[in-house]
Design a protein around this ligand. Structure first.
Ligand code: 5GP
Length: 344
């Protein structure tokens, strides 16, 4: 058996997108909206294929108000109760939010209650380690009970489990990313992971081959990374850290030496465990960071910066739309992504 898989796997900062002759004269000619037909759900979806992560510092009702104006999906964190959804339901557009769930029996009961109340369209079944067999079984159960929802599940980073989740788990979309998140310490604590761009390229190919889709989840540090994720074949890109530190994020500002900060933490961090479960079990190691993020202003500005970046990438490679971005994208492997001579 070969113990080492050779051939370099790549992260976003190890490539650049090769510019190509283009007939697009302006960013305004680029369409960021995409329409998808899914493998199992019969309804189509149109919107901006970006998803705000289902973290309790990101996937909140206040954040939804801003994301939804741009056609971006908010994945609500799984600690909202049915009562909290009930209060908000008349303001929520089914096409622009996603319900999150774990894989316990109590999660299934919560989904039944939520479906009765909201008839939600998007669901993400989310576990840190998507390689466990019980994930596939839970997804099968969800598909039998709610045949016409768009179901995403993850997280995984290799092709065989992408195919398994789509074909046997009856999942429409597989969420890709292990160890890539900004608040994630999985790679440090376990040594497990896969560079995110290569994971996207491999898993998009696997999913598209069997009629499914993928979400590239985590690892976006700048607008260029988001373009690279779409360029690698991600149908949707999910992000958390880049959307932290704004007025609309939950929690008070922390002041230190005249600067303002907001708190952002991983959903497996000690902080998240203690907030939601009252304790952290001894057998678990915290696989999440607790971070102070320097105040970034309004979320709207960050969103516009990312959408502007995507449009601009498209004009460099003659892509009329995000859909064409993957088709028109060729990567070059690089040693240096940026000139940082004046930044240090
Ligand atoms: P980011 O955009 O911040 O780089 O990544 C967001 C993603 O990080 C989330 O969608 C989720 O998949 C992942 N994530 C969030 N919290 C944790 C955590 O505590 N531990 C790990 N391993 N991953 C996390």
């Amino acid at each position: 058996m070969n113990k080492i898989e050779y051939g370099m796997k790549l992260d976003f900062n190890q490539v650049l997108i090769r510019p190509k002759r283009t007939t697009l004269n302006s960013r305004s000619e680029v369409k960021l909206e995409r329409t998808f037909k899914f493998k199992y759900c019969e309804e189509k979806w149109s919107g901006t294929p970006i998803i705000a992560a289902n973290m309790d510092t990101i996937g909140t009702f206040d954040m939804y108000d801003v994301f939804s104006k741009h056609g971006i999906i908010t994945a609500f964190h799984k600690f909202y109760t049915p009562e909290e959804f009930d209060e908000k339901k008349q303001y929520l557009d089914k096409n622009l939010y996603m319900i999150s769930s774990g894989i316990k029996d109590s999660d299934f009961s919560r989904l039944e209650r939520l479906y009765e109340m909201l008839e939600f369209k998007f669901l993400v079944v989310d576990v840190a380690n998507g390689y466990i067999q019980t994930l596939v079984e839970f997804c099968q159960r969800v598909r039998t009970r709610f045949p016409n929802i768009v179901m995403a599940a993850g997280n995984v980073v290799t092709r065989e489990v992408v195919e398994e989740l789509i074909l046997n788990g009856k999942v429409d979309i597989v969420k890709i990313g292990i160890g890539s998140g900004s608040a994630c310490t999985t790679r440090l604590k376990t040594g497990v992971g896969m560079p995110q761009l290569s994971a996207i390229i491999e898993c998009a190919d696997a999913a598209h081959g069997v009629g499914g889709h993928i979400i590239g989840d985590g690892g976006i540090t700048c607008p260029g990374d988001m373009s690279k994720a779409f360029g690698g074949g991600a149908d949707f890109v999910m992000a958390g850290g880049i959307f932290s530190g704004h007025d609309e994020n939950p929690g008070d500002f922390v002041e230190e030496n005249g600067d303002k900060f907001k708190i952002f933490y991983g959903m497996s961090s000690k902080n998240a465990m203690e907030t939601h479960y009252g304790k952290m079990d001894n057998y678990r190691a915290s696989e999440g960071r607790y971070l102070k993020i320097k105040y970034k202003g309004s979320l709207e500005n960050t969103i516009l910066d990312y959408l502007g970046g995507l449009r601009s990438t498209c004009t460099y490679i003659n892509a009329n739309s995000i859909k064409d971005l993957a088709k028109c994208c060729t990567f070059v492997q690089v040693q240096n992504q940026l000139n940082v001579s004046l930044v240090m």
